[in-house]
Design a protein around this ligand. Structure first.
Ligand SMILES: Cc1cc2nc3c(=O)[nH]c(=O)nc-3n(C[C@H](O)[C@H](O)[C@H](O)COP(=O)(O)O)c2cc1C
Length: 369
C-alpha cells in the first residue's frame, strides 16, 4: 500500500531496479511472483507517447496498436493484463487456464540458463482455474488486445472437453482464444497435434464457438518439435476448418542449442534466445503450408533484429516472454522502435509489409541469427 502511493516518477526506477539485478539474483519463481506483485501494485513503468503509426496492424480481424504481445505463461491467472497494456504491449495473452485449479509440478520447476539467455520450465499449468480468471476479466477494460490461452487439467479424463469448457467460459471476455496443445509439461497433451486427434479437437472447439454469443477468433498454439511431415498434417487439418490462426511456437524439448550449460539437462521446455532459430524455421515452414492464415510468431525474440526476422519468416504479429527476464522491460520499447525503423528503411508503410520477405530462407534452415 505504501508503495502504491509513490509518485509515477519514483515508480519507474523502483521496478526497473527490481526487474534487472535484484530479480536475476532471486530464485526465478520468486522473482516472477515479485514482478506480478509489483505490477498489481501499479508499479509498472507506463509507455510514454503513442506507438509509431507504422506498427498499427490487424490480426484475425482485430486491430492492434502495435504487433508485440506478452506471451502466455507470464500472467497465468489474468492478474495484470491492464498494467501490461499500459507498459506498451499491443496484445496480452493470459493463461494457460484449465477448468479446475491445479498446483502444477513440485518446485523447483523454473530454471535460467544464463549463459545462453535461455529458460527451462516444467511449471505444469499451475493456475487458479477458469472461474478465478473469468472473475478478473469480466467487464475489465484491458487497453490492449486480450487473448485467453486455454488448456486441460493434468488429471482430466477428457482433454477435449476441457478445451470446450474454455471456449464456452471465455468467448465473451476474450478478444481471441488460444488452444494450447503444445505444452511439454502435461503428459499426453502434445498428442493432440496428431491428425486424427487434432481433427476431433478442432471440430469440438469450433462447435462450442458456434454456440457462444460472440464469434471469438480461435488460434492453435504449436510445438517447434513438429517436423515437416507433422506440419503437413497440421496444415491439412487446420485448412479444412475455419480456425482463425496459429501460434508458433511453444517451448522445445531439444537441448541442442544449450548442450553442456548449467541447467540444460533439467526436464521441461526450453525458451528464450536458444529457441529462436528452431522456432523461426518452424514458423517459416508453417507459413509455406498455410498460405495467408494469420500466424503469431513466438520463440526466442530478444532484439529488434530478431523481432524483424520473425516477421520476415512469416509472422503477422509477435509475442515474447523469456527475453524480458534478461533484457528488462525496456526491451519492449527497443523492439517497437526497431520494427518501425525497419518498416521505414524498406520504404514500407506498415509492419504488415515485412511478413514473409524471407520465408524461403528460414524454412530451408539456411537463415539463422
Ligand atoms: C515460465 C514459462 C511458463 C510458460 N507457460 C506457458 C503457458 O502456460 N501456456 C503457453 O501456451 N505457453 C507457456 N509458455 C511458453 C511461452 O508462451 C512461449 O511460447 C515460449 O516461452 C517461447 O517464447 P520466449 O522464447 O519469448 O519465451 C511458458 C514459458 C515460460 C518461460
Amino acid at each position: 500500500m505504501i508503495l502504491s502511493g509513490l509518485s509515477p516518477l519514483l515508480r519507474i526506477p523502483l521496478l526497473s531496479g527490481l526487474s534487472r539485478e535484484a530479480l536475476l539474483r532471486m530464485d526465478p519463481e520468486i522473482a516472477h511472483g515479485a514482478t506480478i506483485a509489483a505490477l498489481r501494485l501499479g508499479l509498472a513503468p507506463e509507455q510514454e507517447g503513442a506507438d509509431p503509426p507504422e506498427l498499427r496492424t490487424t490480426l484475425c480481424g482485430l486491430d492492434l496498436r502495435n504487433p508485440v504481445g506478452m506471451a502466455a505463461g507470464f500472467d497465468k491467472n489474468a492478474e495484470v493484463p491492464k498494467p501490461l497494456a499500459k507498459m506498451g504491449f499491443g496484445m496480452v495473452e493470459v493463461g494457460t487456464v484449465t477448468p479446475r485449479p491445479q498446483q502444477g509440478n513440485p518446485r523447483p520447476r523454473l530454471f535460467r540458463i544464463a549463459a545462453a539467455e535461455g529458460v527451462v520450465n516444467r511449471m505444469g499449468f499451475n493456475n487458479e482455474g477458469h472461474e478465478a480468471a473469468f472473475a478478473r476479466l469480466k467487464g475489465a477494460r484491458v487497453g490492449a488486445i486480450l487473448g485467453v490461452n486455454i488448456g486441460a487439467n493434468k488429471d482430466s479424463e477428457d482433454f477435449v472437453a476441457d478445451y470446450v469448457k474454455g471456449v464456452t467460459r471465455f468467448a465473451e471476455v476474450a478478444d481471441y482464444l488460444t488452444v494450447n496443445i503444445s505444452s511439454p509439461n502435461t503428459p499426453g497433451l502434445r498428442n493432440l497435434q496428431a491428425d486424427e486427434a487434432l481433427t476431433r479437437l478442432l471440430a469440438a472447439v469450433l462447435k462450442a464457438r458456434s454456440r457462444a454469443s460472440v464469434r471469438v477468433p480461435i488460434l492453435l498454439k504449436l510445438a517447434p518439435d513438429l517436423d515437416e511431415k507433422a506440419l503437413d498434417g497440421v496444415a491439412r487439418v487446420v485448412l479444412a476448418t475455419d480456425l482463425d490462426g496459429l501460434v508458433m511456437s511453444n517451448t522445445t524439448l531439444s537441448r541442442d542449442a544449450v548442450a553442456g550449460m548449467e541447467n540444460a539437462t533439467e526436464t521441461g521446455g526450453l525458451s528464450g534466445r536458444p529457441l529462436f532459430n528452431l522456432s523461426t524455421m518452424r514458423l517459416a515452414q508453417l507459413r509455406q503450408r498455410v498460405g495467408t492464415l494469420p500466424i503469431v510468431g513466438v520463440g526466442g525474440i530478444h532484439s529488434p533484429e530478431s523481432a524483424v526476422a520473425k516477421f520476415e519468416a512469416g509472422a503477422n504479429a509477435i509475442q515474447l516472454y523469456s527475453a524480458l527476464v534478461f533484457g528488462g522491460l525496456d526491451l519492449l520499447d527497443r523492439l517497437k522502435r526497431g520494427l518501425a525503423a525497419a518498416v521505414r528503411s524498406r520504404g514500407l508503410h506498415s509492419v504488415a509489409g515485412l511478413t514473409g520477405a524471407t520465408t524461403a530462407e528460414w524454412a530451408s534452415g539456411r537463415a539463422s541469427l
